[in-house]
Write a protein that binds this ligand. Structure first.
Ligand code: ADP
Ligand code: S3P
Ligand code: MG
Length: 172
């Protein structure tokens, strides 16, 4: 069954947009991070702390495959790093898959993440200056993977509802 996949850098709005899109198009959604938290019975922070990032990437890949192989149609909100590990970026072009990159500028990401970093182990301990530099470099490194998505939607200066409408129109 059909899967709609939302991807993009931390803070671009994947989890938020997946929820609203789900209501508008009446398709269930799963947030990959939440799925991993339920499956492992650990928070994302605890997985990184106890087992390290390599273990997280392994569970993330397995969980992504499980969702893709499920018989249900669903919207999947990925984690920011998901397309950048294993062969996950190739899965963005699979049969019955519609993948959408939610593209945000460094400024938008910085503004949103400054207020929302505690649950994101890759940036939780960075000060403002370190974070701006990190986002700029990391987004540049990851863009190759994000650009493998079939569709791209800009999210800068748009409300959640505007982004959802833009997604609905690119998928129509
Ligand atoms: N279009 C938007 N406009 C303003 N704030 C947004 C928008 N989309 C998401 N946000 C906010 O940005 C933060 C990060 O969103 P989230 O959905 O967790 O991103 P992601 O899952 O991509 O990391 C949240 O505080 C969320 O409320
Ligand atoms: O970019 C990343 O590598 C990560 C993004 C997070 O998801 P969000 O993009 O939803 O914050 C989460 O999967 C983990 O902290 C790692
Ligand atoms: Mg998220």
């Amino acid at each position: 069954m059909r899967k709609i996949i939302l991807l993009g850098y931390m803070g671009c709005g994947k989890s938020t947009i997946a929820k609203t899109l789900s209501r508008i198009i009446r398709m269930p959604f799963v947030d990959l991070d939440e799925y991993i938290e339920e499956k492992t019975n650990l928070s994302i922070n605890a997985i990184f702390e106890k087992h390290g990032e390599i273990y997280f990437r392994k569970v993330e890949h397995e969980s992504f495959l499980e969702l893709l192989n499920s018989s249900e149609a669903m919207i999947i909100g990925l984690g920011g790093g998901t397309p950048c590990y294993a062969n996950n970026h190739e899965l963005l072009k699979g049969e019955n898959v519609l993948s959408v990159y939610l593209r945000a500028s460094i400024e938008t990401l910085f503004n949103r993440l400054s207020a929302n970093k505690s649950k994101r182990p890759l940036i939780a301990n960075k000060n403002e200056e370190e974070m701006k530099e990190f986002i700029a470099m990391h987004l540049f490194e990851r863009s190759f993977y994000y650009n493998q998505a079939q569709y791209k939607v800009n999210v800068d200066n748009k409300t959640i509802d505007q982004v959802v409408l833009d997604i609905v129109s690119v998928l129509a």
